[in-house]
Each structure stands twice: as C-alpha cells, then as structure tokens.
Design a protein around this ligand. Structure first.
Ligand code: TMP
Length: 215
C-alpha cells in the first residue's frame, strides 16, 4: 500500500472535527507535505461522501427517510466507505499522499456498533472487506460534552442530530470505549478548549508521525 498515511478526525456531532481537520490540513501543507488526494491537493475528505456515489448515499442517510433500520444504516455507511476506499484512499495511499478524513470507520463503530447496539465487532466485520488494510495510522477523537456538541450544531439538523442528546451520549461512550480498545491508534483530545489550542494539540500529535514516516 504505498507510503501514504491516513489520519482520521472523529467525535460526536458538533465536536469541532470539520474545523480541526481543515486546520490540520493547512498545518501539514505549510510543512510542505503532499496533503489530500493528488487531484484535490490540500483538501479534507469527508464521510459519508467524498465520491459521487458516496455523496448520493450521504443524502439518503442524512436527509432521506426519517427511520432506517440499524443494519440498513450500517450497510449504507459501509457502501459509501467502500467507494471512497477504492476510488480515493487506495490510489492516494499508493501515491504517497497524506489523507486527512473527517470521520471514517470509527464513526460506524461508535454510532452503529455501540450507540445503536449492533456490537462493535459485528460492525467491524461488515466494514472489514471494504476497508482492508486501509486503516488510519492515527485517529484523533475530539472529546466534548454531548450538550456542547448539540449546542454547536447550527442550521437545519440532519436525521441523526434530530435524535437528540441521548444518542450523542451513547456515541460519546462508544468513542471512549474505542479509545480503550485501540490505545495505539486512537488519541483523545479535549475539544472543549479554544480552537487554536485544540489545533496545536492535534498538529503536535500528527506532524511527527507523518514526518517520521518520510512521506
Ligand atoms: P457529519 O459528517 O456532518 O458529522 O454527518 C455525518 C453524520 O453521520 C453524523 O451524525 C455521524 C453519522 N455517521 C454514522 O452514524 N456512521 C458513520 O459511519 C459515519 C461516517 C457517520
């Protein structure tokens, strides 16, 4: 799988990950690293989405029918992921790019596996054929209180945000469980602090790893 590196930013809704993923990309570009897909340098990839089919699936998931059975939801997220891995992540990694992702497999493990109660291992098993060895070298989970996250969510709430704070509490517990389970890969960063302080911590975690791999 080339010399590329996959970095993922995760957390509950409204934890600040989109802002932090963009700032991380900027910081890595400023260090002269080949960030983002070759066709869209310097950009963050988002899940679900990042490909035409993936964006269409995102629409069903976030703005489609109000109720989806948990396994339907899980497999739609996995389908969007399979497309992203095949079309964007594998080629990018093979080309030695540093790919920053706003959500990836750990969102499925936390939301569907833990919070929806399907089981982390069962959801991992569904995703394994799509993801294969395209696993993140490092995953940063931005930890914020569920009330903080929902308070930050502005504009029209999507299908998952509309479920409210009880779901977000379970998702937060899910990410904490994942951090315990995969301590080498997953790092928790306190996301309740000012944006610049969080960004400094995220860059400090990621930069040495990326530079150290000689990308
Ligand atoms: P966001 O990217 O704007 O945060 O919206 C994505 C929503 O989808 C968010 O509520 C988290 C949820 N989600 C899952 O439930 N499982 C997944 O695998 C992914 C990628 C996202």
């Amino acid at each position: 799988m080339g010399d590329g590196v996959l970095i993922t930013i995760e957390g509950i809704d409204g934890c600040g990950k989109s802002t932090q993923a963009a700032l991380l990309c900027e910081a890595l570009v400023a260090r002269g690293l080949p960030v983002g897909p070759a066709g869209a340098p310097g950009t963050v990839l988002r899940e679900p989405g990042g490909t035409p089919a993936g964006e269409a699936v995102r629409d069903i998931l976030l703005h489609g029918p109000d109720s989806l059975a948990p396994w339907t939801e899980t497999m739609l997220y996995a389908a969007a992921r399979a497309e992203l891995v095949a079309r964007v992540l594998r080629p990018g990694l093979a080309a030695g790019r540093v790919l920053v992702l706003d959500r990836y497999i750990d969102s499925s493990l936390a939301y569907q596996g833990y919070a929806r109660g399907l089981g982390i291992d069962a959801v991992l098993a569904v995703n394994a054929p799509a993801v294969g060895d395209a696993m993140p070298a490092l995953t940063v989970v931005l930890a914020v209180a569920p009330a903080t996250g929902l308070g930050r969510a502005t504009g029209v709430r999507d299908r998952i945000e509309r479920e409210g704070i009880a779901l977000q509490r379970r998702v937060a517990d899910g990410f904490a469980e994942l951090a315990r389970r995969f301590p080498q890969r997953i790092r928790l960063v306190d996301g309740e602090r000012p944006v610049a302080a969080v960004a400094a911590d995220v860059t400090a975690l990621v930069a040495p790893l990326v530079e150290g791999r000689g990308v």
